[in-house]
Design a protein around this ligand. Structure first.
Ligand code: ATP
Ligand code: MG
Length: 331
């Protein structure tokens, strides 16, 4: 069975709509076909949140509830905590000695993080190398991620190819799998909704919070009256409608787009329609989360058991890496 590996930073105690459409949805869809490994990336969270470690434990539990509430099945999926697998950081070191420094310095994802105010630390610079080790440690074939992470998966591919060419076939070459919406915009119209960007609708938001956030959403800034023709293309309201409407909503969504473009419907009406669609999508997720919230020991044990299983996998890979590099002396 081929393997999936992907993960999330515990920078919040909940996922948002972008995480769902960019990555979680593909994981749920593929969990029967692939041996799926999902991890909480607490080491990656430190690159931008090293001064907020007091929130990590709560956020880790929140993301575990998030996984279970969107339908990832603990019988099929191995959940693990990144910081508990020291083999990953050790493999990252071996990859780092093969990594061109200028290549990392040119990564667009690094520039984006620095532009959004992250401190220019060695840890942040090392992010892609650690992420390559995350992917290669369980010898993953497929990595479901949002488009913002695509360049990191490509780096993991390149470094796996380089390692295999130098030392022999150890790693399968991983492929990225981008979600049906590659990057969901934020409610403020920013190109990317983010857990840490203050522009997200969270899967845990109440019906009222969703309504309030949708009502405040950025739409077409040039449209002042409901009778002005509006822009549908690139308008976050319609991007969300396309992403979260069901098959049976399609006709209505198309009608709203048509009326909006012709200036026959107001922003408020379209937003009310969107809030209803989002709440319909979120209701079963909220319900399932509430069920698991009542079973904290079960949720903790799922993470602990998965971490134990992943450790065995990572130990196997580390042994192969050291053997291939002829570093298995004095053992
Ligand atoms: P942070 O702002 O703290 O970095 P985040 O929202 O970017 O949080 P991550 O934990 O970094 O979330 O990423 C988890 C997964 O969700 C990744 O696969 C990432 O590519 C995907 N993802 C994040 N934001 C979006 C988005 N707006 N649209 C599509 N996919 C996204
Ligand atoms: Mg992110």
């Amino acid at each position: 069975m081929k393997r999936i590996l992907t993960g999330d930073r515990p920078t919040s105690d909940s996922f948002h709509l972008g995480n769902y459409i960019g990555s979680l949805k593909n994981r749920v869809k593929l969990q029967d076909e692939y041996d799926t490994f999902v991890f909480i990336a607490d080491l990656h969270a430190l690159t931008t949140h090293f001064d907020k470690t007091e929130d990590l434990e709560k956020n880790i539990r929140g993301l575990m509830l998030g996984y279970l509430s969107v339908g990832l099945d603990p019988k099929k999926v191995t959940f693990f905590l990144q910081s508990k697998i020291s083999e990953i950081t050790e493999i990252a070191y071996y990859l780092s000695v093969l990594t061109s420094r200028p290549l990392i310095a040119r990564q667009p994802a690094l520039k984006d993080k620095l532009d959004s105010g992250a401190q220019d630390t060695v840890g942040l610079f090392y992010y892609p190398i650690l992420m390559a080790a995350d992917i290669l440690s369980p010898r993953a074939n497929l990595v479901p991620v949002g488009k913002d992470q695509k360049s990191h998966v490509e780096f993991a591919r390149d470094i796996a190819i380089k390692f295999n060419n130098l030392f022999g076939q150890v790693f399968p070459i991983p492929e990225p799998l981008i979600g049906e919406v590659p990057t969901l915009p934020g409610i403020d119209g920013q190109a990317k909704m983010g857990k840490s960007s203050g522009n997200a609708i969270f899967l845990t938001d109440s019906q009222e919070e969703v309504e309030k956030k949708v009502m405040s959403m950025y739409t077409d800034p040039n449209r002042i009256h409901a009778t002005d023709p509006g822009r549908v293309e690139g308008n976050p309201v319609f991007i969300y409608l396309d992403a979260f409407g069901t098959e049976s909503d399609k006709l209505q969504v198309a009608k709203h787009k048509d009326q909006y473009a012709k200036g026959q419907v107001g922003d408020i009406e379209v937003k009310k329609y969107l809030a209803g669609i989002l709440n319909n999508f979120l209701d079963p997720i909220r319900q399932k989360r509430a069920e698991y919230e009542g079973k904290p020991e079960l949720v903790d044990s799922i993470l602990k058991e998965g971490t134990r299983k992943m450790r065995e996998e990572a130990q196997k890979t580390l042994n192969e890496v050291k053997k291939a590099m002829k570093l298995d002396y004095f053992e």
